[in-house]
Design a protein around this ligand. Structure first.
Ligand SMILES: [Zn+2]
Length: 209
């Protein structure tokens, strides 16, 4: 598969808190960095996302008395998994992993900054309707084919890929450039959604041939 002018590499949430030692570490999360760097060489356009929560964000278990991380609760927009406090605005945990060297990324899209609602997807908050603006950004710039990598495969990468399809974009997940949380069957669930939505799952080398 050749990459070209209308392609963008969308690198999801490669932040300290999602890497080993972080507050919500994805197992071997830092292993995505090398394949991302290799893939990035073949892309003219790179966009990064950054999970970016205010203190006491509604997705934090600590914001709900009596609740523990990884429990789920009913929120106005649907079920929400509760997480440990992570990626708090301005904290070290919210910074990109220090080994991530993508200085030429053209946009850093922050998400999850509204206290009352989470945003797994880079395109829509978890109500499924509030846009982040990324869809408009890609459209205005003529970027119609999205290749996704980063953390976590079964949450923010996955939901972003599905929403890219909803917006009529082509979407390919670079599987070896992602790592998963795999909570309660979440990998199988997202892959079923990928198949239904037409999200491609490929090896990162396939995108750079
Ligand atoms: Zn978050």
């Amino acid at each position: 598969m050749e990459t070209g002018e209308g392609d963008v590499l969308l690198v999801i949430d490669v932040q300290n808190d999602f890497c080993p030692g972080g507050a919500l570490a994805v197992p071997r999360g830092d292993e995505v960095i090398d394949p991302i760097h290799r893939a990035a060489q073949r892309f003219e356009h790179i966009v990064l996302t950054q999970d970016w929560h205010p203190p006491s964000h509604a997705s934090f278990a600590s914001a709900h008395p009596g609740k523990k991380p990884f429990e789920t609760i009913q929120m106005p927009h649907g079920m929400q998994t509760l997480w440990p406090d992570h990626c708090v605005q301005g904290s070290r945990g919210a910074e990109f992993h220090p080994s991530l060297g993508l200085a030429r990324a053209e946009l850093i899209l922050r998400k999850g900054f509204q206290r009352e609602i989470d945003s797994y997807s880079a395109f829509f908050e978890n109500d499924g309707t509030t846009p982040t603006g990324l869809g408009g950004y890609l459209r205005e710039r003529g970027l119609a084919r999205v290749f996704l990598a980063g953390l976590a495969y079964d949450y923010c990468v996955g939901y972003s890929a599905l929403d890219a399809r909803r917006l009529g974009l082509e979407a390919f997940v670079l599987r070896d450039a992602c790592r998963a949380i795999d909570l309660n069957g979440s990998v199988a669930a997202i892959e079923a959604e990928f198949a239904r939505a037409g999200v491609g799952v490929i090896a990162s080398a396939e995108s750079i041939e």
